[in-house]
Write a protein of this length. Structure first.
Length: 196
């Protein structure tokens, strides 16, 4: 990353951190872009250069991460079974440090309270799923239904791991919890719906 890109990244981070801090302090709806600019110590025009609105600021880490699961899947050995690659993809996506996890927790707390960004999040997750589905289809040799189900289940496992981290008092990491979910899904007594 060049010097210009590093500077732009620092500005984006300052704006994002300012938005998150103001939302936590005053509520997302009360925070203004002018306040964000002031707290980030940048001009309001700089905020608009990087972001169209408050929703775009709050969702910036998610927006920039769209396609990450597909990238992790494609990085796995091509001769590895698709289901095994998906298991390692989930592990790699969730094997994050406590600082990054704390940032995700803070973001999720705001998304729980802000309907506009939460609705936009659904669009981003849909894009993430389609990109993962395409990556799976390139390798699996299976039909569309299998690829779609694999992508949906992968995102479900990631979501369950983050939900558990947020809602539970135990100290199981998201990556370890995802391993437990995957093991349970492969167990003979799994809870997958079935018609006799």
């Amino acid at each position: 990353m060049g010097l210009r890109e590093k500077k732009a990244q620092k500005v984006r981070e300052a704006i994002y951190d300012a938005m998150l801090t103001l939302a936590e302090r005053d509520g997302y709806e009360a925070a203004t872009l002018e306040q964000v600019a002031e707290r980030a110590e940048v001009a309001i025009s700089t905020v608009y250069r990087y972001f169209a609105n408050k929703d775009a600021i709050l969702l910036d880490p998610v927006e920039r991460g769209v396609g990450a699961l597909a990238g992790l899947f494609r990085a796995r050995p091509e001769d590895e079974h698709a289901a095994v690659s998906l298991g390692w993809t989930v592990r790699a996506a969730l094997d994050i440090g406590p600082e990054h996890l704390a940032r995700i927790r803070r973001l999720r707390a705001q998304l729980d309270l802000a309907p506009g960004p939460r609705a936009r999040l659904w669009d981003l997750m849909h894009r993430e799923r389609l990109l993962l589905e395409d990556a799976i289809a390139e390798r699996s040799g299976r039909d569309h239904l299998w690829n779609a189900a694999a992508a949906h289940l992968t995102l479900m496992i990631v979501g369950m791991a983050y939900d558990h981290e947020r809602d539970s008092l135990d100290e199981t990491t998201p990556a370890d919890y995802a391993d437990r979910v995957m093991a349970m899904l492969h167990d003979s007594g799994n809870p997958l719906p079935v018609r006799a």
